[in-house]
Design a protein around this ligand. Structure first.
Ligand SMILES: NC(=O)c1ccc[n+]([C@@H]2O[C@H](COP(=O)([O-])OP(=O)(O)OC[C@H]3O[C@@H](n4cnc5c(N)ncnc54)[C@H](OP(=O)(O)O)[C@@H]3O)[C@@H](O)[C@H]2O)c1
Length: 421
């Protein structure tokens, strides 16, 4: 038998497999490196020379389901060419979300992946992210597409000189376990122009590349510092305060010498914010009179508001802003599950914005793509100095992506919600 292995790591496994076919002798392993057709022609020529020496049984090979290209040779003739491609599991969006996403809006499917071509890499997901933006953005895509999302993946095959086998990358590969991508031109992507190689995290977990040392971390870093422009002594309010972005913003605000007030959705989260992250005060917006809580905790008014949620909570905070206050509009998760044609009429914030000369600015973190490394370096530095604490809510198993996603939207996460494959 001639085994052409996609991954030299798996040679041992192939050898073990070959004992199953007791009278099959593995004679050569050739890595798939370049385009399939080219390689096949070359290998067929090689086999012509090998086949005289090689005797193998026909039957057993048909039953195999491996990730390798298996070519059978019986005496001098090629008997069959079973070709089992590398497979990926993926979640397809089969229905647009109405209200809260539901399990049956998704379908888990398995697909073959093609062999690599020049500049392409095969990536195997290690960690996947579930993020709030997936809820509103998904309804802009047609049904039938792979759910959008970023992941930390290991390069397991490469036809690209800069992406070596064994490296870990962050890529916008969607909810799938494996992906073949052109590393220079991966196609439409929400966050990243192309996959990037994860820098040295000094031994910290790679999952952080999806959180505090990735997109949410940079959202906190740039979205807060660049838009709110905090000064020592400023009063900062953060909504969604115990989530990936919010918990990070609150800590940067403290580092800048500000007083920090957080709003979040459970008593457990409130306790974490106050006891461990040292927020000056935190409140459960579901059980507290927000207006009253703001009056008591910020009698001097609010200088900076980092808004993750929108809605009534944000209107209350904006009413409490001080002259020339700054509002960074990061997200509006309170309305992501809503039918936007039926949203309640907006309260009049314009008069407050005008009277108090407030600055209110929405942003996408992509705006700072050219400074991406700066954010990651600074956040890493703060973690190493013990100035920035992170937390993750880890869901085990790719099959549980939908549960992790729905759970995050319901507020079941503390810190960054990630899925371990
Ligand atoms: N502009 C950008 O470039 C950018 C980038 C990343 C994220 N974002 C936005 O930033 C916000 C936070 O994102 P994240 O990744 O850090 O997520 P996260 O806060 O870790 O997770 C989402 C949290 O939203 C809260 N939530 C859910 N429904 C809510 C509601 N009706 N009212 C108030 N809070 C609700 C839940 O916490 P509770 O228990 O506190 O309710 C939940 O844990 C989101 O709005 C997201 O869209 C924007």
């Amino acid at each position: 038998m001639l085994c052409i292995c996609r991954d030299t790591r798996k040679h041992d496994q192939v050898l073990e497999d070959s004992t199953y076919y007791s009278n099959i002798q593995a004679t050569e392993y050739v890595r798939l490196r370049i385009g399939f057709v080219k390689r096949l022609v070359r290998m067929l020529l090689q086999m012509k020379m090998l086949c005289a020496k090689t005797k193998i049984k026909k039957k057993s090979m048909q039953e195999r389901n491996t990730n390798y290209l298996l070519l059978e040779v019986y005496k001098k003739n090629i008997v069959q060419l079973p070709f089992n491609m590398v497979k990926t599991k993926k979640f397809i969006l089969v229905k647009h979300f109405v209200g809260e996403p539901k399990e049956n809006d998704f379908q888990l499917v398995e697909e073959d992946l093609p062999a690599l071509r020049d500049r392409e890499i095969l990536c195997e997901a290690v960690w996947l992210s579930v993020d709030p933006y997936m809820r509103p953005f998904s309804n802009n895509f047609p049904t039938g597409v792979t759910m959008t999302g970023t992941q930390v993946a290991k390069v397991t095959e490469s036809c690209h000189p800069e992406y070596k086998v064994g490296m870990h990358v962050v890529g916008d590969f969607g909810w799938q376990t494996r992906a073949v991508v052109n590393a220079d031109d991966p196609g439409a992507s929400l966050w990243l122009e192309k996959p990037y190689i994860i820098p040295d995290f000094s031994g910290l977990p790679l999952s952080l590349a999806l959180g505090v040392l990735g997109m949410p971390g940079n959202t906190a870093y740039f979205g807060f510092l660049e838009i709110c422009d905090p000064k020592p002594g400023d009063v900062v309010v953060v909504s969604g305060a115990a989530g990936a972005v919010g918990s990070h913003v609150g800590q940067i605000a403290q580092l800048k010498g500000c007083k920090v007030i957080g709003f979040t959705g459970s008593d457990e989260k409130v306790k974490w914010l106050v006891d461990e992250l040292r927020f000056d005060a935190a409140f459960n917006y579901k059980t507290t009179d927000v207006v009253e809580a703001l009056k008591q905790s910020t009698p001097e008014g609010v200088d900076c508001y980092f808004d993750n949620v929108g809605g009534a909570l944000s209107s209350a905070v904006i009413s409490q802003m001080r002259f020339r206050g700054r509002i960074s509009v990061c997200g509006s998760i309170s309305s992501y599950n809503a039918d936007i044609s039926k949203l309640p009429q907006a309260p009049d914030i314009q008069r407050t914005v005008l009277r108090k000369e407030l600055k209110m600015e929405g942003f996408s973190v992509k705006y700072w793509n050219d400074r991406w490394d700066e954010g990651i370096k600074q956040n890493l530095q703060w973690i190493k100095e013990g100035k920035l604490v992170y937390r993750e809510t880890v869901t085990e198993g790719f099959e549980n992506m939908t549960k992790a996603f729905i759970g995050m939207l319901r507020g079941e996460n503390i810190g960054k919600a990630v899925v371990k494959v």
